[in-house]
Design a protein around this ligand. Structure first.
Ligand code: CMP
Length: 227
């Protein structure tokens, strides 16, 4: 996808006119990251806003005992880096490339100017931040559960909502994250993820192939693990 088409699919920019979009294309900077590269680091000062052009990025923090906690996994067309630009504080989390990735970057002054000039962009940004807050609320609730199966069930539902495709009541999650990453999202261990996925498979709730996972009856799964 070229950058203009991509920017048009970014929800916060979808209301911009053609000339406004042309202006945006003129001012974005391109940057590439190799798999595993740290794109931005918690506690650093930052003055850039990122839109993922290709690839995917995990947003993480380290717990006190040094474990990685995954706050979100973001894909093509999604953005990050806005928080420190808005509140003037340091970066709230790390952003790490999950695969070879490309980003479009806006400098703080341009990002803020865009928000001031186009209220629709600001409102879309607020809508997206509200959705992220809802997901974080769910994650906090899930992390507080003692039952590992439930934690992992909720994490699979989140992955299904963020990256799954639904067909005839089944949700397929392609390019399923590594078991260690699922564990870091759910707040449990890789071994527990491995064991729980086997149990869910034996109960005919999921099916797995090498890189994907299918939730066989999404509504039933949601009744078991969702709200
Ligand atoms: P910033 O604080 O500038 O740098 C880290 C970025 O990670 C942050 O902006 C957000 O874009 C992103 N981020 C932080 N917490 C979350 C979260 N809970 N969900 C999604 N993205 C987040």
């Amino acid at each position: 996808m070229n950058e203009r088409d991509l920017l048009a699919t970014v929800p916060i920019f979808s209301d911009l006119s053609k000339s406004e979009m042309d202006h945006l294309c003129d001012i974005v900077i391109h940057r590439s990251y190799k798999k595993g590269n740290m794109i931005l680091m918690e506690d650093e000062f930052g003055d850039t806003f990122f839109i993922i052009k290709e690839g995917s990025v995990k947003i993480t923090r380290l717990s006190e005992d040094g474990r990685e906690v995954i706050l979100a996994m973001l894909g093509e067309g999604e953005f990050f880096g806005e928080m420190s630009l808005l509140d003037g504080q340091t970066r709230s989390a790390n952003a790490i490339a999950l695969e070879d990735s490309e980003a479009l970057i806006l400098k703080r002054v341009e990002f803020i100017a865009l928000l001031k000039k186009y209220p629709k962009v600001s409102i879309s940004l607020l809508r997206e931040l509200t959705q992220r807050l809802r997901k974080s609320d769910q994650q906090i609730e899930s992390l507080s559960l003692s039952n590992a199966e439930h934690k992992i069930g909720i994490t699979l539902l989140r992955l299904a909502d963020e990256m799954g495709t639904i067909r005839h009541g089944k949700v397929t999650i392609k390019n399923l994250p590594y078991q260690q990453d699922i564990a870091n999202m759910a707040g449990t261990s890789r071994e527990t993820v491995s064991r729980t996925l086997k149990i869910l498979e034996e109960r005919n709730l999921i099916e797995r192939t090498e890189h994907s996972l299918i939730i066989l009856d999404y509504l039933q799964f949601k009744r078991l693990f969702g709200k």
